[in-house]
Design a protein around this ligand. Structure first.
Ligand SMILES: [Ca+2]
Length: 349
């Protein structure tokens, strides 16, 4: 058994099995809620990994590693009649070979696929399609096998080990840094600024394996042993608020080439798992003298500068802190600066 799905009248089972209750059933079957085998019957040549009941459109979506369904070529995704098991819709060319559908989920009008490929020329990302007519709406091409998808309030959450999303709007380049959770717009696949993360963890080291929403809480289960760099094994959850995530990597100040009466401070932007724009607070001798805002992500942390005007020859102690508006970092280590004086003769100034 690899997958289970229910409707009011049936429980659908998918996996590698070849029989149920002593009857021949090849990798997919349907039983009553009481456990009695139903006539539903289909013939799939390889494993089923995901099931999605769509009774409102007369379909059971089936995903997996298969290449043939009911005698016809149907690579990794098919739609079956929920009562008979006959094929009712095909998705030719949606997925290349060696690319298994690992997860299926839906909202009111559309459905979403997470896929895992093995080898070259494969598909590892997510696809959105329309339930009514089976039209593809979008396909992203991040690398890093997707294990789970769940849509909620216009956002598609996914568990994967995404490591190259260059071709997806809002995405990141290959940085050899696996991002195990993603949020993207269901309408245009744009990757949103939401970057909680797990490690790969135990087993195959795939991180999150399952996602579900319950009462506005996103639950994630899987192989991970850490969440946001803290020990947390196999099960975690995320709420919509409040924002308790402080900016990561508090900045360190450096002083750049000062001219007479001026101090130019430089630092590298921090980043925050759930805020794209952060505000930097600059203190001189313990007093706030300036603030600067900057967009940043974990893969794009711009250099920032601030030039302070003070008396030539004076000495000052600078610190910096960063805030997302709710959570403010500790102030940085102090930087002590002696302000340059203009050493040119008076008449040359
Ligand atoms: Ca935050």
């Amino acid at each position: 058994m690899r997958a289970i799905e229910t409707t009011d009248t049936a429980v659908y089972l998918g996996g590698d099995f070849m029989g149920v209750n002593g009857q021949k059933r090849k990798r997919v079957a349907s039983v009553t809620p009481g456990g009695a085998l139903l006539p539903f019957k289909a013939d799939l040549d390889k494993s089923v990994r995901a099931l999605l009941a769509v009774p409102d459109h007369g379909k059971l979506l089936v995903g997996g590693e298969f290449e043939k369904v009911n005698g016809a070529e149907e690579r990794s995704l098919t739609a079956l009649d929920p009562s008979t098991g006959s094929t009712v819709h095909s998705y030719p060319d949606w997925l290349p070979s060696r690319s298994a559908v690992k997860s299926l989920a839906r909202d009111h009008d559309n459905f979403y696929i997470g896929a895992e490929g093995r080898g070259t020329g494969i598909f590892d990302g997510r696809i959105a399609g329309r339930l009514s007519d089976g039209e593809m709406l979008w396909k992203d091409t991040c690398w890093g096998a997707t294990q789970a998808v769940v849509p909620y309030n216009g956002v598609l959450y996914s568990g994967s080990h995404a490591h190259d999303c260059t071709m997806t709007p809002g995405g990141f380049p290959e940085r050899h840094n696996r991002q195990h959770l993603l949020a993207q717009s269901v309408t245009d696949k744009r990757i949103l600024h939401w970057f909680p993360d797990t490690n790969g963890g135990t087993g195959e080291g795939q991180g999150p394996r399952a996602l579900t929403m319950a009462d506005d809480i996103l639950w994630a289960g899987g192989e991970f042993t850490k969440v946001n760099d803290k020990p947390q094994q196999s099960l975690t959850r995320f709420a919509a608020g409040p924002d308790t995530g402080a900016p990561e990597a508090a900045p360190q100040l450096q002083a750049a080439n000062s001219s007479a009466g001026q101090v130019t401070l430089t630092w590298r932007a921090a980043w925050d798992r759930d805020d794209a724009e952060l505000t930097y607070l600059i203190y001189r001798d313990g007093t706030l003298v300036a603030s600067r805002t900057q967009q940043s992500t974990w893969w794009d942390r711009p250099d920032m500068t601030y030039t302070d005007s003070v008396a030539p020859g004076s000495r000052h102690r600078y610190t910096i802190a960063v805030t997302d508006g709710e959570n403010t970092s500790a102030e940085s280590k102090p930087l002590n600066v002696t302000v340059a004086v203009d050493e040119r003769p008076e008449e040359e100034r």
